[in-house]
Structures are given as C-alpha cells and as structure tokens.
Design a protein around this ligand. Sequence first.
Ligand code: TYD
Length: 210
Amino acid sequence: MTGVFISFEGGDGTGKSTQIKILSERLRAAGREVVETREPGGSDGGEAIRALIVKGAKDRWSPLTEALLMYAARRDHLERTILPALERGAVVISDRFADSSMAYQGVAGGAGVENLKALHALVVGAHDPELTVILDAPAEDGLRRADASKGETRFEDKGAQFQRKVRQAYLDIAKAAPERCIVVDARGSVETVATRIAEAVRQRLPAVLS
Ligand code: TYD
C-alpha cells in the first residue's frame, strides 16, 4: 500500500479533532494503518517548539518570527513523523499543516503571502498533502467552541476580526488549489459533518476509502 497524507484545516473551534478521530476509525476499520498527528507539534522537537508558540502574551512573537517557528516545527514533524509513516504505507492525518501558517501568519497576521510561499518551497517542497479538508464555519461559531481550558489561548485571544481573515484565507487557498483542497461545511451535527467528510474522501481518494 502506498502512504497517503491528509491534512485538516479550519479556524479555531471548527471541530477538526473530533472529525479526525472519526475519519481515522473509519480508515482503520477499512484496514489501513492511520497515524493521527498535529501541528504545531507531532514530533518531540515539534512539540517543544509548540510550547513556545501557543502560550504567552498575544504579541510574544512577530508574525514572521511565528511563521519561522511554525516551519521549524514542521520540518521536524515531516522528517521524524510524517515521511517515515508514509514510507511504511500508512495514512497520515494531520490536525493542521502548512495552510495554517499561510492563513494565520501570512494573511491574517500580515507576514506576507510571498514570504510564506518562499518558506514553504524551502521546507515542505513536494511533500504537500494529497488531500486537505478545510472545515468552514463563521468565525463567531468557532470562537464560541474553541477550547480555552488548556491555557493555549494565544490565537483565540486575537479576536473575531482575526478569525474572519483566517476563514477568508482558507477559502482563497481552496480556490487556488482545488485539486488538493475540499471545503466542508462545519455546521450541523458531528454525524452530519462526518458524513460530508467521508463522502469527500471517497470521491477524492477512492483507494483509501471505497
Ligand atoms: P490547535 O491546537 O490546532 O488549535 P485549535 O484546536 O484551536 O485548532 O493549534 C493551535 C493554534 O496554532 C491555532 O490557533 C492555530 C495556530 N497555528 C498557526 O497560527 N500557524 C500554524 O502554522 C499552525 C500549525 C497553527
């Protein structure tokens, strides 16, 4: 079996982690090895960098510094977790990947689309996901659901205006890369959204889920 890389994206509180668990179980039931991972994080080095990024004051890092940290964490995650799993033939499902950096740092944070593209070419190159599921919901819905209990509130703290820019950035990313991205309406019950995602995976990756 050949490895398959899937990423989930969306604003804060759009239900990514719940939906990743459901899809992972579906794929395991279909006989696949599934590696669930996340960004920032996903490897020892990535998780160490995550602690620097998600905690602390809102203006702790400039958007460009934040992007550099994200991409440092991403390179470690790719080298240590994602690429080895793909080589084994696993399905890798990452809760966020490079589109998060483009949306949060590049567009909403103002670090610049061209800077983010240059970083992407250097760090990720041809290792983009085969499928990116973008969970889409109004920013206000997500902020209400975002889990602030872990003390990881730097991004939620940035407010509704920021989250609206993030949402629009994701829609623009999807428009520019329709062969990789699918936008899924994140509103509705957990089961309804899970069904939408399963249909999208069946359609886009028939070798993974039939
Ligand atoms: P995450 O734990 O996925 O938060 P949530 O469950 O709210 O989606 O990610 C933590 C935060 O990091 C999230 O607000 C988005 C942000 N982030 C970036 O700004 N850039 C990035 O490249 C990544 C991967 C995440």
